[in-house]
Design a protein. Structure first.
Length: 554
């Protein structure tokens, strides 16, 4: 579910996943030019604080930041001052007046003690406020945030997320009960994310309000959150708390800094403790930001290499509650995670313990091996169960890093191809094929009646069909299985080898998975092309301008 994306804001692009650094204009702990130099692109500030001090003008000038500014409505600050409600439109207008780029309507916070009825009233009112604000914000070319409330009431959250989902706002922000974020009550947060992700358009950035500790970021990114914000770097610094990816440390309890960031590398805790309060806070704030930044880089790099879940499972050991939340997440979001998880991976799956069996790759493999009926025998491979011997070289069984070696048996190529087609496409094949082989004896091309129908890819032993291979898949599968059906207007374009964009997809088989090779047909079910599905079926319907199928030439 984790993804890399580019978020287009009115003032430039932001690489996601990312963190909006919260700056309090009354209490600057790290100057914005330094925040920017570190590599952060997005600044968040509270419109309530600005309004209270009577600020008028351009917020970019005030913050000395030319990049995108995201303003919060201040609902939380107002609440802590005992004021529960405000005129939402007035607050939206104020954010537009000060030229903020990302605008938050005044949402009604659901409190831990609110009854379900009261929570529902607040959620519905919040939806109305977003609806009301959309035309105003869009008219100015700015982005609108839809805050998803619900407190600890799953029914309320689902209703709120579903109604907001229909509005197709620009950013979806999950508001959670603040103590849940602060007091290691991760399970409540996981539920809030799961329900929201099930209902909102996956094409929009998903922001988890208020999560800013580097330790929890890998998990929340793995669950599909793209954006975070936090004032925590500064609040923790005031308290002498030094953030790391495995938890918080106290300045007065450290002898050495376990960090080589540009502020820590030549300092010692003893030296820093002797500084003035202001200088000390600046130092820790800056380290805390570096620590967040480093974790974000690790996360993005792990996503590029399909290794984020390895990082999540590694981080889970930092805290028993985090471990519990991680295992709970893998169960709670298993269906959605499997749906969105690419079929093709850059590297082998690592078996590090019982938790590996909860990973989407393992759950999927277990489901797909049940399709195989042509097998002569199966052998037990932990954690997959009985794997047909014909596909032991296929991903993930053949690219599996485990303390116990997966047995490799030689099977005849026709049996392998038959089992592979059952595994990938759930189709039964009775024809006899011929094959070409590499010097090392690996199967290369698959040939039927003297014509090449595709090849077996070296890295994962998957079948890569050409147009004849696609025809074979189609002939063996009933409509609409194993198909992407495109609209008439895209037919000509796609038949010339151009990619299929989401808005031209009429329908597709919901069993298909991202990075799977798939036949592309027209409304009359005639084969037009073959290509690689880039998104999951649900995402194809949520996105418009994104490529759905990258068409293969030749
Ligand atoms: Zn540091």
């Amino acid at each position: 579910m984790a993804r890399l994306s580019i978020w287009e804001t009115p003032r430039g692009r932001v690489e996601l996943p990312n963190m909006a650094v919260v700056v309090n204009p009354n209490l600057i702990s790290v100057p914005t030019n330094e925040i920017r130099e570190m590599g952060f692109q997005l600044i968040m500030t509270n419109s309530y604080i600005l309004r209270r001090r009577g600020f008028s003008g351009d917020v970019h000038n005030l913050l000395e930041h030319n990049g995108p500014v995201y303003t919060d409505s201040g609902a939380y600050q107002l609440f802590s001052r005992g004021i529960e409600d405000q005129d939402s439109i007035e607050i939206v207008r104020y954010q537009l007046e000060i030229n903020s780029d990302v605008i938050t309507p005044f949402d009604l916070l659901v409190m831990p003690w609110d009854s379900e009825e009261e929570a529902m009233r607040k959620a519905i009112e919040t939806v109305e406020r977003v609806k009301e604000a959309i035309p105003l914000v869009r008219e100015k070319g700015k982005l609108i945030v839809a805050p998803i409330q619900g407190g600890r009431h799953p029914k309320v959250r689902r209703k709120c997320a579903r109604e907001l989902g229909k509005l197709r706002a620009d950013v979806y922000a999950i508001g959670v009960v603040v103590p849940d974020l602060l007091e290691y009550n991760f399970k409540e947060v996981v539920d809030a994310i799961a329900i929201s992700k099930e209902e909102i358009p996956l094409s929009r950035p998903c922001h988890l309000f208020g999560a800013g500790h580097p330790m929890v970021l890998p998990l929340y990114v793995a669950l599909g959150c793209d954006l975070f914000d936090s004032a925590m770097y500064a609040i923790a610094a005031r308290d002498g708390r030094y953030l790391t990816h495995s938890g918080s440390l106290r300045l007065d309890e450290m002898e050495e800094f376990p960090c080589n960031c540009p502020v820590c590398y030549n300092k010692s805790p003893g030296e820093v403790s002797g500084w003035s309060k202001r200088k000390r806070e600046y130092f820790i704030s800056k380290h805390n930001l570096y620590s967040v930044l480093l974790e974000l880089k690790r996360i993005r790099e792990a996503i590029r290499r399909n290794r984020l879940l390895d990082l999540v499972l590694e981080r889970a050991n930092a805290h028993p509650m985090l471990k519990e939340a991680t295992l709970y997440s893998l169960k709670r979001l298993s269906v959605l995670m499997e749906e969105l998880d690419p079929l093709e991976k850059k590297s082998g799956l690592r078996h590090i313990g019982p938790e590996t069996s909860l990973r989407p790759e393992v759950r999927r493999a277990r489901r797909l091996i049940r399709r195989i009926r042509s097998t002569k025998s199966r052998i037990y491979v932990d954690p997959f169960g009985p794997v047909p011997i014909e596909i032991l070289k296929v991903y993930p069984f053949g690219q599996f890093v485990s303390p116990r070696e997966t047995p490799r048996l030689e099977v005849d190529p026709n049996s392998l191809f038959r089992a592979l087609m059952e595994y990938l496409y759930d189709v039964r094949i009775r024809e006899r094929f011929e094959f070409t082989f590499s010097k090392e004896g690996r199967i290369k091309d698959v040939i039927l009646n003297g014509e090449r129908i595709g090849s077996i890819r070296a890295k994962d032993h998957f079948f890569v069909p050409n147009i004849r291979g696609a025809r074979l898949i189609l002939e063996k599968s009933e409509y609409p299985r194993n198909r992407v059906i495109i609209k008439k207007e895209a037919e000509d374009f796609v038949s010339r080898g151009k990619s299929v964009f989401c808005k031209f997809v009429l329908d597709l088989d919901s069993e298909l998975r991202p990075m799977q090779y798939v036949p592309v047909v027209n409304e009359e079910d005639e084969l037009i092309a073959v290509g690689k599905l880039i998104l999951s079926p649900r995402e194809v319907f949520d996105f418009e301008r994104h490529v759905a199928v990258r068409v293969k030439r030749g």
